[in-house]
Design a protein around this ligand. Structure first.
Ligand code: ATP
Length: 341
């Protein structure tokens, strides 16, 4: 049975902005679900409605078997972390982290053990007696995470909680979050616009656009079997390449292929497998990223990106032939943007 269930959930703000346009979605107990989409697509509004900080204009929210649609945040047993954290300035780091446990009347000794454990995992042990004003922004954000995760509510709600951290810390915190969540099995709804973070963390990703859900799926499904042109382009770095394909019946078809599924061959070399579609072009950009290189190849059908090994011999200015494995091509209806096969 679903643990969190959103049914026909909608939010229109008083100024008429339709932030969320009637979405349906269910999460199982213990699932880590990421709401992913570009700025303004309605992720935060959805999360705030689950938290009880915004009242829906229509639809229902069920949490742990109860209809919580009209309940205030305090009656929902949710724990949240937002990008703009607010620590209690007059309390030490240890007291900030212990605060939710003190509210729940946990005995002091058990509280101290829980705080010491989480502080060790977050690298905050040496800072426990400091006040928030003595910490950097990144350290304060980690304290906020610790304070939220020291308790085990029905659901954790997180809105870009790693937003203020540098790249190194972000990776470490992703690991921490996932480990904590797997150990506690607390159902988690996490908002981000960063698709790499979404892939790294999620059991399932909900991709949103313009207040609607485009696709719900595992990271692999969303990457490999995108439901729409939007998902195919938004997920992946860089996103899928698109080629205008043949017309089928009345509708036009767009073909999609991931950069790693584009094979780069010498322009006049031996042809690939019989029947493999190919295009000729010139390498106009060569981006090195350590483990691979992205070659941008200008062809008559537009510029396509091919991901090749970091030590591949092809260089800027080379004339090449691009080949596509037909099994890796995805076909979309151009008018609706939905995938055909
Ligand atoms: P971001 O990642 O930038 O926060 P988001 O996907 O979380 O974006 P929301 O913050 O949910 O999107 O906003 C969805 C839409 O609702 C946007 O057009 C936004 O401008 C609008 N919006 C958000 N809050 C309000 C409000 N209080 N009043 C009016 N419009 C709002």
């Amino acid at each position: 049975m679903a643990f969190l269930e959103l049914a026909a959930l909608a939010k229109t703000y008083p100024d008429g902005t339709r932030a969320v346009k009637g979405i349906d979605f269910a999460a199982a107990q213990g699932e880590f679900v990421v709401l992913l989409g570009p700025s303004g697509c309605g992720k935060t509004t959805t999360l705030r409605m689950v938290a009880g900080l915004e009242l829906p204009s229509a639809g229902t929210i069920r949490l742990a078997g109860a209809d919580v649609t009209a309940l205030p945040p305090s009656a929902r047993d949710v724990g949240f972390v937002f990008q703009f954290y607010a620590l209690y300035p007059h309390l030490t780091v240890a007291e900030n982290i212990a605060f939710p446990l003190a509210c729940a009347r946990m005995p002091k000794h058990a509280r101290d053990v829980a705080v010491a454990n989480i502080a060790r995992r977050l690298g905050l042990t040496g800072l426990l007696q400091k006040k928030p004003r003595e910490l950097s922004g990144g350290d304060q954000q980690r304290v906020a995470l610790g304070r939220a995760m020291v308790r085990r509510p029905a659901i954790w709600l997180m809105d870009e909680p790693l937003g203020t951290l540098d790249a190194d810390r972000r990776l470490a915190m992703c690991e921490f979050l996932r480990e904590q969540q797997l150990a506690a099995r607390v159902t988690t709804l996490y908002v981000t616009h960063d698709q790499e973070e979404a892939m790294r963390l999620a059991d399932r990703i909900v991709v949103m656009k313009d207040g609607m859900i485009e696709q719900v799926g595992t990271p692999l499904e969303v990457y490999d079997e995108p439901a729409t042109l939007f998902v195919a382009h938004f997920v992946g770095s860089p996103g899928m390449n698109f080629l205008e394909g043949e017309r089928v019946g009345a509708g036009a078809v767009t073909l999609g292929v991931r950069p790693e599924s584009v094979r780069v061959a010498a322009e006049e070399g031996p042809a690939g497998d019989g029947g493999t579609p190919a295009l000729k072009g010139e390498v106009v950009l060569d981006e090195y990223s350590g483990i691979a290189r992205c070659l941008h190849v200008r062809t008559d059908a537009g510029t396509l990106v091919a991901r090749v090994a970091a030590d591949a011999p092809t260089r800027l200015g080379a004339r090449v032939r691009l080949e596509f494995d037909p099994a890796r091509l995805r076909r979309f209806d151009r008018a609706s943007g939905r995938r055909l096969s």
